[in-house]
Design a protein around this ligand. Sequence first.
Ligand code: ADP
Ligand code: MG
Length: 357
Amino acid sequence: MISIKHLSKTFKNPDGSVITVLKDVNCDIDKGEVISIIGPSGTGKSTLLRAINMLEPPTSGEIWVDGENIMAKGYPLHLLRRKMGMVFQNFNLFEHKTVIENIIYAPMELLGLSEDKAREEAMELLKKVGMAQKADVYPSSLSGGQKQRVAIARSLAMHPEVILFDEPTSALDPTMVGEVLSVIRALAKEGLTMLIVTHEMRFARDVSTRIFFMNEGIIYEDGTPDQIFCNQVHSATKAFVNRIQKLVFEIDTEDFDFLQMHTEINRFCIKYNLADKADKAYGIAREMLLVHLADIRPITFRITYTELTGVTALDFMVEGMNESPLPKTEAIQDIRSEVKDIIEEPTTRGFRIKILI
Ligand code: ADP
Ligand code: MG
């Protein structure tokens, strides 16, 4: 359905220097495929999506859609835009139109639907994304997750052959990510062709037929979720998907600032969608550091989050010790019953107590 050959895109900086954002992108996308595009930021993921629907005309190469070269002179771009919906990070709804007006506008203008027909279809789509009850409100009264669901309905209203999503959940409050991902998941099940730039690794693994790992302006590795997440060909792919996010504290004095630690743990948990674990993480860390491990100083405390597996761990590390400093008291049993696991293990430099929450 879409075939991309040797695509490149360069931008001119204001000082005249040139940056090459897409170097040599090649891929074929079949009808019904759900492709997640992952990779570090700044590697050209958004630029690739914008090139595919010609919002950002490529510098060289070819893009074929349904057997036609869309970069050829005279190709009717309005037809292309009809075939391809796009959903942006920031929703891009018309603020001065109600929800339903946002949805019926393009089908009436561009597909020539009567208002009655457009409204009827719009209501069906709003039902599908769980927003029918908000048809007549203005976007300003909606949450981010609701706005994004409306934006998805608006894109579906044009009966596109493919929808391009550019980080559809990145601008959302963590509590709203799930509702948007489940709408996209449902569309995937229906067989809609989709390209999704996302940082949600577990979602990408579950929903995609194929994953593109982009790095340095090329599709560095392209494969099934199983290949990209478990049996990578390239070490850069492996390193990217197994990224671990960390927050580290060194506790060496009595006047360690626990309030500051609390703030930083909250911020970390919100950033990685772990808001529901923030209180537990802080509560256990505080109890460990002030009660069970109060005599052990200096001690390094670390909270880690492995994006792919979703595992969150609290590590307490002491150097130069080869036995667990954790007392075998009843109190530890209380913690044990609250957490998924406690692992006590020697490391090359000392000892680590790892608490999985
Ligand atoms: P990603 O979506 O993977 O984070 P982008 O495609 O947004 O990456 O951007 C890739 C690179 O291209 C970045 O270094 C960005 O600064 C640059 N870039 C994107 N759009 C433009 C533009 N219009 N002018 C100049 N540079 C741009
Ligand atoms: Mg981007």
